[in-house]
Design a protein around this ligand. Structure first.
Ligand code: DX5
Ligand code: ZN
Length: 240
């Protein structure tokens, strides 16, 4: 069992309604969200398009205290970095198989003052990160195939969360584990038990909920925090 104590709700703005976006973003902030997940696609790495980099600058200008986490689904991640830095992105991740220069890209992101991460696809082994394990601030585990919001969580991702947690313990590193794709209450609770910290949330958690975006955000954080508290109380160390 992992010792994770923090939970970060990272709403994926790809799930916003374009016509309602400003209001929905405001509700996310009022609901306590302080981390936004922004999908950037180039139509080549994945067969879809999402946000332009410009959204990062606009969000940081209005909400400087919110961490902007950019998920690059592009074939040339390095070429996006100067503009992301200029836009004040906080976290930048790119896919392990999108560049031959993973280490150089991670180092460049950090040199630019941003936090660096890689994204692991469902068909890649977790061990793929081992050569760059010392250069990671976070790892995004895809729990759907990248490219579209609203897909179903792949259940065989659960043991992969454990594998990631074990890998960071083995190497004595402390990158955050972020779960991206189809996150709902059931699988989020299971991922929390296995050590994940960041939850990219969409229509199953914060959007399209009966109690509205603001209340749904609060409900999610409270529920997951309770799960972790209970887990900590039941741990062998707490009982000894
Ligand atoms: C999928 C994206 C996700 C997506 C998550 O390519 O990386 O960020 O927007 O949203 P849901 O929860 O709808 O899968
Ligand atoms: Zn994403």
């Amino acid at each position: 069992m992992s010792t994770t104590t923090k939970i970060i709700n990272a709403p994926s703005l790809a799930n916003c309604s374009f016509l309602e976006m400003g209001r929905q973003v405001e509700e996310l902030v009022q609901g306590g969200a302080h981390w936004f997940h922004i999908d950037i696609m180039d139509g080549h790495y994945v067969p879809n398009l999402c946000f332009p980099v410009r959204i990062v600058g606009e969000l940081k200008q209005r909400y400087p205290g919110v961490d902007i986490d950019v998920h690059l689904m592009v074939t040339d991640p390095m070429s996006y970095l100067p503009l992301l830095k200029q836009s004040k992105a906080d976290w930048v991740s790119f896919h392990m198989d999108s560049t031959n220069f993973t280490r150089r890209t991670l180092v460049t992101i950090r040199e630019m003052g941003m936090k660096a991460g890689v994204v692991i696809n469902p068909s890649q082994p977790i061990s793929v990160i081992e050569p760059v394990i010392g250069f990671l601030d976070y790892v995004v585990l895809m729990t759907v195939e990248p490219g579209y919001a609203g897909q179903k969580f792949m259940l065989d991702s659960l043991p992969r969360v454990t594998e990631l947690d074990e890998l960071r313990q083995k190497h004595g590193v402390n990158f955050l584990i972020s779960i991206d794709g189809g996150v709902d209450y059931q699988n989020a609770i299971e991922c929390a038990r296995r050590g994940a910290e960041v939850y990219v949330t969409g229509i199953y958690i914060v959007f399209q909920q009966e109690d509205g975006i603001r209340a749904a955000c609060q409900r999610f954080e409270e529920t997951l925090t309770d799960v972790l508290k209970t887990q900590a109380m039941n741990s062998p160390i707490a009982q000894s």
